[in-house]
Design a protein around this ligand. Structure first.
Ligand code: PAN
Ligand code: ZN
Length: 194
């Protein structure tokens, strides 16, 4: 049996409606300027950064649980609504550093999609609506996209050792982009640049 760090059992409170953990150890704040290079319309992103003084794009709240096999880490993810040009606000997206680790997403509020892909070029888009649980399988990179007009809030649970690998996604993106055009959601196949 592997030795792992001993952690006292604990409880923590989550405000499901506001999408915040009341006593987080880690609070990650991603602003619009952290999303440079991710959206199709870079000019529209710069305009948002200028006009709205670099608004908060999304937040992640976490408890400080050792990043090791045997533990479970969990987070509350809160993605603001909006569009960049016509493209819906989204998270950066990542593979797990230990690629063979899965994740559970329980959508608590808002509406959107989880966009996923594998290194072998498979892709999948799954709706995210309140009370819907998604199983993000091992090896699948994942990004959430907010298509509604309120924050998209999820509870995420994943193995302690999973880690986050953003590198590949930052360069290659995903295989679909999601737009809001004339009030309608459009999921468009995206050809990565050669
Ligand atoms: C989530 C994500 C969170 C933010 O907790 O980390 O939604 O998305 P990015 O990490 O892609 O910026 C998760 O999937 N953890 O593994
Ligand atoms: Zn993840």
């Amino acid at each position: 049996m592997r030795e792992i760090t001993k952690v006292e059992p604990f409880g923590t409170d989550i405000d499901l409606n506001a999408g915040v953990m009341k006593d987080p150890d880690v609070h990650i704040l991603r602003r619009a300027s952290d999303m440079r290079g991710y959206y199709q319309d870079g000019e529209a992103l710069e305009e948002l950064i200028r006009k709205e003084e670099d608004p908060v794009h999304y937040e992640v709240f976490e408890k400080d649980i050792p990043e090791e096999y045997g533990q479970l880490r969990f987070s509350v993810s809160k993605l603001q609504p909006g569009i960049i040009g016509e493209e819906c606000f989204m998270t950066k997206g990542h593979y797990h550093s230990v690629a063979q680790t899965a994740e559970i997403y329980l959508c608590l509020r808002g509406e959107g999609y989880m966009v996923m892909k594998t290194l072998e070029g498979r892709s999948k888009v799954e709706p995210m609506t309140p009370e819907r649980l998604l199983y993000v399988s091992p090896y699948w990179a994942h990004r959430s996209v907010n298509t509604g007009n309120e924050p998209l809030i999820s509870l995420c649970i994943y193995p302690g050792e999973a880690g986050h690998n953003y590198g590949g996604i930052e360069k290659e993106g995903f295989l679909q982009r999601i737009y809001l055009r004339d009030g309608k959601v459009e999921i468009v196949k995206h050809k990565p640049s050669p």
